[in-house]
Design a protein around this ligand. Sequence first.
Ligand code: GLN
Length: 386
Amino acid sequence: MPKFPGVINSKLPNTGTTIFTVMSKLAADHDAINLSQGFPDFPCSEELVSLVNKYMQKGFNQYAPMPGIMPLREVLAEKIEDSYSAVYNPETEITITSGGTQAIFTAISAFVKEGDEVIIFEPAYDSYAPAIELAGGRPIFVQLKAPDYHIEWNEVKKMIRQSTRMILINTPHNPASATMSAQDMQQLDKITRNTDIIVLSDEVYEHIIFDGLEHQSVMRFPKLAERSIVIFSFGKTLHVTGWKMGYAVGPENLMKEFRKVHQFNVFSSNHPMQWAITDFLKNKDNYTYLPQFYQAKRDHFISLMKGSKFEPIECKGSYFQLMSYKNISNEKDTDFAIRLTKEFGVASIPVSVFYHKPVDNKILRFCFAKENETLEKAAEKLLMVG
Ligand code: GLN
């Protein structure tokens, strides 16, 4: 096909292809072990698959209701009350989405207008800034502070202006693997009180948190919850990232605006899967094992890497382990990640890509949501580096 003959005024002139696609392709092209894009390489529950099959056979193959099926929203309302002592009305305050990324995009589209500012924390998940820019907004970047990637609240406070429409937080954090504490939430509450700021809280790794830490959802803080849309992901919790299923939760007046966009963004999400997930989540054992399960993987990976020249950076949550390679090379992290894939056969994600102006601390992100065997094979290769 000849090229489009006109002028394309790109809406995202500085955006390339997402790093997850780039690195996963590079891994495939070079037959490397893929610890880059975050997804499990082990199967999800067979029971869950047969439940989807059952509901497809039963004929649940047409559109689901726009906000999602009520039984699922009811199960989620119970799960939330149980976990965070917060009460949400499933009818008006919970919406099933086609994954966390769609929910984040929808929330930003619903509330951010031309000229609005949205505070995000860097390193930041790569969909945040483009979503804000497409809505006409301006991302305001605040850097998390090394080595533990904490938030300096005085700095955040200074960034708040009349035009601040939203603060986007992420805990447990991807890619930093840090978690926000109750004190962090209290600070966030304090600086947003008596403002019109909406908090968009990306909590897709809510169940992947370690060393006995409790996930501090914004939902645990009643005043914060009033101004928050909270995003969750079935992909992360049920090992089904390819299903692209998630949900958004927030007070009715915010959810009403969210749904105005959602209905024209995707209309509704996968129908048979919603029924399957409803049945599956009724058994709490199907997700309460996750902290232990992933902690064992994290610890296994770290112990396998002990003889290597990589230095682990503390991982409190999420299924990503950051590793410093400062003892190995001075190369740019993007170059090093490519070389590691091509020459050593292990793909990872260079952390500098999560900054608007690359900050290269010589750190790579490795996903440990993998079979032990995969982690062992990868570590064997990584031990040869340097
Ligand atoms: N959330 C996943 C990660 O951080 C990737 C999702 C995607 O590929 N868009 O690796």
